[in-house]
Write a protein that binds this ligand. Sequence first.
Ligand code: ADP
Ligand code: MG
Length: 293
Amino acid sequence: ATPTALMVGVGRAAQLGILIKGQDALEASGRIDTVVLDKTGTVTSGTMRVTATAFADGHHELDALRLACSVEASSEHAIARAIAEHAIERGAEAHPVELYETLPGLGARALVDGRDVVIGNKRLVAAHLAEPSALRGFASSEHSEPGDTTVYLAVDGACVARFSLLDTIKESAAPTVERLRALGLHTILLSGDGPGPANRVGALIGVDEVIAGVLPTEKADIIRRLQHAGRTVAMVGDGINDAAALATANLGLAMVDGTDIAMKSADIILVRDDLGVIVDAVQLSRRTLNAIT
Ligand code: ADP
Ligand code: MG
């Protein structure tokens, strides 16, 4: 494309709520054949709610809620906010934490009142249990739907609670996937969440493929694997855990209210909070490239 055509394209994009950081990005987006969508915060609203809880026999519920709330109060993660809110609504109060650490794609850990508290997915919590088989009873207990996001709470090596959460899918998600397909693009939902919730969301929005249970570092590996298979990949994400994948993709698109780091790693910033803007970006760049050839 000529520099003039590209400049016009960049200007037109800005009017549509698309900020293009370099003209290369506009050229690249005209060639993509695969669109990888992050789940939490990109396809879903990033606001979650706790739908069910289960507590270990003999463990005081309010104590479990207080420990969960204390650790999660330090995090901006959608799951952390939902759990803290749920616990506070039930009368729990957050206590100060020490040695807080966030484990991206897994959960978090801290000392609360001298107790070792770990909260997160099965992979993380099982690794901190004195008896990993203790999770099994919890995993199969009632009030847990296969489409729920499941988080476990371990205190001093014993699993004491389970939280089931549901997220809200953005209204623009399914129509966007449909329009991407109409443009001949292959769509993939990529998530750090388990296969249950990832497949539920994937089916509801109609993507071609779902890849679940991936760690933040693995997200970039998956993009690389697709590229080695000959695909030209656009990645759409929002979170800090998407930064490497956004930078690896041929084209990285960050949703507007995403974290700073995600925006720095992206080539295109989607300022309109509507997934349809992805389609606009692809169409615009195709037109821009065609205008010259
Ligand atoms: P996604 O790829 O869908 O945006 P993440 O990579 O942020 O999801 O998280 C993957 C999984 O790690 C979550 O589904 C959850 O089980 C667990 N997890 C991450 N952060 C937390 C947290 N603060 N509290 C509890 N669980 C967490
Ligand atoms: Mg996310």
